[in-house]
Design a binder for this molecule. Structure first.
Ligand code: ASP
Length: 349
């Protein structure tokens, strides 16, 4: 399939508002309330100076702490349904779970060849000192930016916040206070924004030649849990968690470069879970660096029982990838194969 990339026409951007701090303003009593994003012109007239055709689509606004995979399916469906009519998408989302949603969408949107840029703000749009205005305007600009050949600069799911554009599935919310709320410790920014927007073309994906039609995968598996190791974690509690009916996948947050206790009882509990068909992915509790299970004896034990290395993947991406890969009725071999390779640039090969 050939997508028409027309450099002459004004780019058409779909702005999808899902909720979060960015869409708030103070009412007469000083309480933060959502404002009507559908009336973008009234609230935010300067957006019209961007020379873009912007349409606003408002989902039921929610605090992103209430996001569920159902919201991811809703978003993916909206993007699929509008894909042919727009050059790019900007998703306004609460910051708390933005990295989870961006990660999930990166897997669910198969054959994506247009920008899907997530952004939000730490300070509500209706407050003078908001960071939302800059985040929104730059996200719109990025979603509409094209290379000289007319193809999008960033044809992938990305997250823009405070002067930096990141691959969405590499991000984590790092601060509940700083305006620079997100980081990508293991992958460089796709763009840095100063006076100019400077794209890192070597890091970003690119559209070349024929592209397959966009498909969305909405069959996300339940039964996924994150288990974070800590000194003193109870074997009985771990055993109970790994015996919960319906459990299918575990993101195991280990120490350092993927290490865990060598204690036989601990390893036996994990081995038993794997033998019962539960998939365990090892990610590190460290924000930077990668899992290398062969480095220490404390990692080798995990490797030998079939724990899968998540390399330098974030917990957010690992959760989303497990839900995606364990859904869709795949065979255990296919599940392992997809987990062992980066499928959307989510870890460093
Ligand atoms: N609790 C809000 C949310 O994630 C925080 C924010 O948007 O910054 O929806």
């Amino acid at each position: 399939m050939n997508i028409e990339f027309d450099n002459e026409r004004r780019p058409r951007i779909l702005l999808i508002y899902t909720g979060g701090t960015i869409g708030m303003r103070r009412d007469g009593t000083g309480t933060l309330v959502p404002f009507d994003f559908a009336s973008l012109d009234d609230e935010f007239p300067s957006v019209r100076r961007l020379h873009l055709d912007i349409e606003v689509l408002k989902l039921t606004p929610i605090d992103s702490s209430n996001v569920t995979p159902g919201r991811w399916v809703e978003l993916a469906t909206v993007i699929r349904d509008n894909y042919a009519d727009f050059d790019g998408f900007v998703v306004l989302h609460g910051t708390d779970t933005m990295s989870y949603t961006a990660s999930a969408l990166s897997f669910m949107l198969e054959n994506l060849a247009k920008p899907v840029i997530f952004t939000g703000s730490q300070i509500p749009m209706g407050i003078l000192r908001t960071d939302g205005r800059e985040n929104l305007i730059t996200a719109l600009e990025i979603a509409s930016s094209r290379r000289a050949d007319g193809t999008p600069c960033v044809p992938e799911v990305a997250l823009y916040f405070q002067n930096r554009l990141f691959r969405g599935n590499r991000t984590m919310k790092q601060s509940a206070e700083a305006l620079s709320a997100f980081s990508s410790y293991n992958y460089p920014p796709l763009a840095e924004v100063g006076v100019e927007i400077s794209y890192n073309y070597a890091a970003a994906m690119r559209v070349s030649g024929e592209v397959e039609p966009l498909r969305i995968s909405t069959d996300l598996s339940g039964g996924v849990v994150v288990v974070k190791l800590f000194p003193g974690i109870g074997i009985d509690i771990l055993k109970a968690i790994l015996s919960v009916p319906g459990l299918k996948g575990v993101v195991l947050e280990t120490y350092g470069s993927g290490n865990a206790p060598t204690n036989g009882e601990f390893i036996a509990v994990l081995r038993d879970a794997i033998e019962r068909g539960i998939t365990i992915v090892n990610v590190t509790q460290c924000v930077g660096g990668t899992v290398r299970m062969s480095l220490y004896e404390t990692g080798v034990g995990l490797q030998s029982i079939g724990v899968i290395s998540g390399r330098d993947m974030t917990t957010e991406a690992a959760v989303a990838k497990l839900m995606y890969v364990l859904g869709g009725g795949r065979s255990p071999e296919e599940v392992r194969r997809l987990l062992e390779e980066p499928i959307r640039g989510e870890f460093t090969a």
